[in-house]
Every structure is written in C-alpha cells, then in structure tokens.
Design a protein around this ligand. Structure first.
Ligand code: PLP
Length: 463
C-alpha cells in the first residue's frame, strides 16, 4: 500500500487475507449475503431482485448508473444497533456516510440520533423533522455561521474540536441566551486500520485536541470556566473500516483516564463518553465484520472495566456508526459499455459511471465485489477490472474481480456495499450527472434523491 491512512479508511496491503481474490469464486452467480443487502436474491429468470424488484426493471425505469438502496435492510440495521446498545446508550448515525430526507425520517422512526458535520447536513436533518436535541454537530472547522445555526436550532451537542472553537461556541451560546451542551473531541493516539491498530503517544492528524501534552486537560479547564457551555462528555473517534476491537480498548482506557483526571482536578464526573464510529463492513467475501450485539457487548465491557478500575461511575455511552448502517444496504447498478480483453493481463470492463459515483477505489485503494445481475451465466470466470468512463486511468471501480467470460455490452452489473461514502462523495467530474438514489421496498421503487440533469449543471454555470 503506497497511500497513507485516511479517516474514511483504506485497508493495509500487508494485512490482506491470504489468497484474497487470487482464485475465482466457485460460482459466479452466487451473491454472498455478507456483501449484498438483505432482500437481494436471484429470481427464476437468473436476474437479481432487490426489495421484490427485478434490476432490469429498475434500470429500464430509473436509468443507470443508479444507487439502489434496500429500505428494509437499512431499517433492520438501525433496529439491530438500537437494540444492541439498549436504553442506557445512544446510537448516532453518522450522516456524512449518506444523508437524505428519507434517511433522516427512517432514522427518527427507528429511534436513532444523528451526527452532522456541516451546516447543510444540519439543514437536511432539520428539514426532515429530526428534533434538534437528537442531533450532534461535528467538524474540525465549523464556520461561525454553522456554529450560530446549530446553537440557534438547539442541537443536543456540539463536539468541540479546537481551542478557538471553545470560544466561538461559547460566544454563540451567549448571544442566543443558551447553555450549549458540548463534548470535547480528543485524540487518544490510536491509529486504527482494518485488521490492526497502533497505539502511539501522539497523533499526526487534524481532528480533535490531543490528550498528549495535557492539551485536552487544558481544554476541559477552559470549557468548565465558561457559563454558556455545559461540558457533558469526552469524544473519541479512532478511524474507519475497523474490525479489530483492541483499538477501541486503548481509546476507552485513555478517555476514562481523562475522566479520572477531571474528577480529581475539578471534583466533577462527566456523564458521557462517545467512542465514535468506524466499524467495518464486508466489501468482499474475505471481510468478516462483527454483529452490532457483539460490538455493543465488547464496547460496554471495555468501558465498564476501565471505569471500575478508575473508580468512576459508568458514564452514558454513545457510538456513531455510519458505514456499518448504510454501507451494506445499497449497490450501484451499472450498464456495461465496452469489454476490452488485454492479452495476458485482464479484461477491462467499462461502465457508464466511475470515479464520479465511487471515488473510494481511486482515493484509498478500497476493494469491492461485482456481479453480473441482469442474467445468470455459466461461462468461465474472466479476470476483470471494472473501470468508469472518466478521462483518468485511475478511474477504477473494482480493481480485481471475476466476471463471466461471456459478459457483453448491455449487460447490467452491480457493485455491492456502496451505501456509504459513494453518493455522499460523488462529484461532477467530466460534468457527470450524479446518479439517483432509489429506495426499494415491498415491490415499490421510490427515488429519494433524483438524478442530476443537464439543467441542474447549467443553472450553476452563470456565464
Ligand atoms: C466519519 C465519522 C463517523 C462514522 O464513521 P463510519 O466509519 O462511517 O462508521 C463517526 N464519528 C465521527 C466523528 C466521524 O468523523
């Protein structure tokens, strides 16, 4: 792996499971339920169905490329997280993974809270009826206008990310005559990756206030002095696409350590701990993520143990899964445009989208799976690379995958587990029109984010 770690997370080349994708799967028609959303099946025609709808009908009615979101799966995952953590903890969905008004309504109906990290994410959340006190505001450089809007709306918490921000949020709260609930985001010195983590004394990245050098303790002192701020807890988010819980263990120990120092210095015990998000999902059959109840059990045990050791009361725990809720619930449906065999190398399969609808492969070597979904095929496996239509050789959607050798222009293929960080990171490169998000459930398809049009783009171009 040549690239360095990124918060939304690559996997490290040196920890790839042995034999990953070195051999074709036994049956190319098989759809691994770990990777595909819950209601995905192959019907008697050999075509894939989701939410009771044949993908060929979806393509005909909605066009391609399109993100197809399995609403029943989304709701089931919300419920599983909610149930796993119980009434003594809060589950905040991380809106940056994918946010729309429909999603906000589903979250609210399923009893989840919501993280936003910009004024416009906040606007979507409020517009869709999420109560402000169930919203947490994040961001390492919230603008004064964003802070003002969040305070005025009455968000449940603002997560402070710098010394400057302490002053800004306090001033906004004073202006609005409010006492704003805040957490302080600390960096604990844990670099977490898919299958490993590194505990360090320092962390070289832009988020949070370091525990190292007493900086976080100083931030606590300043916040506690400000009448307009109510310090309710400490926040830590250690990374993304994590399978190894031991990084959370080190983070929890260090956060609880700070709670102990705060009690000793100030005589108060802060009531909340937030351990962030970052739980991994299966992008390929080689990934084996834990279930929400296992994660809840493990995190609760870690925090309980650390608090007992420090002689602290158990704080209220919160978590912020984004990818783990929405990631597995959607796939991207593409039409094959060209099939180009390169002798002795591989076959390049070009689709009608690419890095504009999924930047993760180009950005951090993310791995994906792919399948032919418009029909069944018993042809031989063909080593393939799925690429887009953009003017960039790095425009790769799936780096290595096997597709049937009879794949032809006009076939529909789908890339699963694209619910998180695909539509939300989509761009207009080459003036691509960003694809729609189509929610499917019980035989009904509903566009929840429509496809961009040429008029949308031309309206922005004011000459
Ligand atoms: C990105 C982010 C999350 C969600 O991360 P996932 O990997 O999608 O679970 C949660 N909390 C914070 C503070 C984040 O920045």
């Amino acid at each position: 792996m040549s690239r360095s770690a990124h918060p939304a997370g690559p996997r490290h080349a040196d920890v790839l499971p042995e034999g990953h994708y070195s051999a074709p799967p036994a049956d190319l028609n098989h759809l691994d339920p770990h990777v595909w959303s819950r209601t995905v099946t192959r019907n008697d025609d050999g075509a894939v169905e989701v939410g009771g709808i044949d993908v060929r009908d979806l393509a005909a009615e909605q066009g391609t490329p399109a993100y197809v979101l399995d609403e029943a799966d989304f709701r089931a995952r919300c419920r599983a997280w909610r149930a796993a953590f119980g009434k003594d903890a809060d589950v905040f969905y991380a809106g940056k993974a994918f946010l729309s008004r429909a999603v906000v309504r589903w979250l609210h109906e399923e009893g989840l809270d919501l993280d936003v990290c910009s004024g416009t994410e906040l606007a979507v959340a409020l517009d869709a009826g999420m109560p402000a006190d169930r919203i947490a505001m994040h961001g390492n450089n919230k603008t004064p206008a964003e802070i003002d809007r969040a305070v005025a709306a009455g968000v449940g918490r603002i997560v402070l990310d710098s010394f400057q921000e302490i002053v800004r949020v306090a001033a906004a709260a004073e202006r609005h005559g409010r006492r704003q609930r805040v957490q302080i985001r600390v960096t604990v010195g844990v670099e977490a990756h898919t299958h490993e983590f590194i505990a360090t004394a320092h962390e070289d990245q832009k988020f949070g206030i370091p525990l190292a050098g007493g900086q976080a303790a100083e931030a606590v002192r300043r916040v506690l002095k400000l009448e307009s701020l109510e310090l309710v807890g400490i926040h830590s988010h250690i990374g993304s696409q994590i399978f190894d819980m031991s990084g959370f263990e080190v983070a929890a120990r260090r956060v609880v350590g700070l709670l102990g120092e705060i009690r000793d210095e100030h005589g108060v015990q802060l009531p909340e701990i937030d351990l962030g998000g970052g739980l991994g999902i299966a992008y390929t059959s080689a990934d084996d993520p834990a279930e929400p109840h296992q994660i809840a059990k493990s995190l609760t045990e870690i925090v309980t143990r650390e608090c007992e050791a420090a002689g602290l009361d158990l704080p209220r725990l919160s978590v912020e899964p984004g990818r783990a809720i929405v990631g597995p619930t959607a796939f991207t449906l593409y039409e094959v445009g060209t099939v180009k065999p390169l002798e002795g190398l591989r076959t390049y399969v070009s689709v009608d989208g690419g890095m504009s609808d999924n930047i993760r492969t180009a950005l951090y070597d993310a791995e994906y799976s792919v399948a032919l979904v418009s029909r069944r095929s018993d042809a031989e496996p063909m080593l393939s690379r799925v690429v887009g239509k953009h003017c960039e050789s790095g425009d790769i959607v799936v780096r290595d995958a096997f597709l049937p050798a009879d794949l032809a222009p006009g076939d529909l293929i789908a890339v699963p587990a694209t619910g998180a960080y695909c539509r939300s990171m989509a761009s207009n490169y080459n003036h691509a029109l960003r694809p729609p998000v189509v929610a499917v459930a019980d035989g009904q398809a509903r566009v929840i984010v429509r496809r961009e049009t040429e008029e949308d783009l031309l309206r922005l171009d004011v000459g």
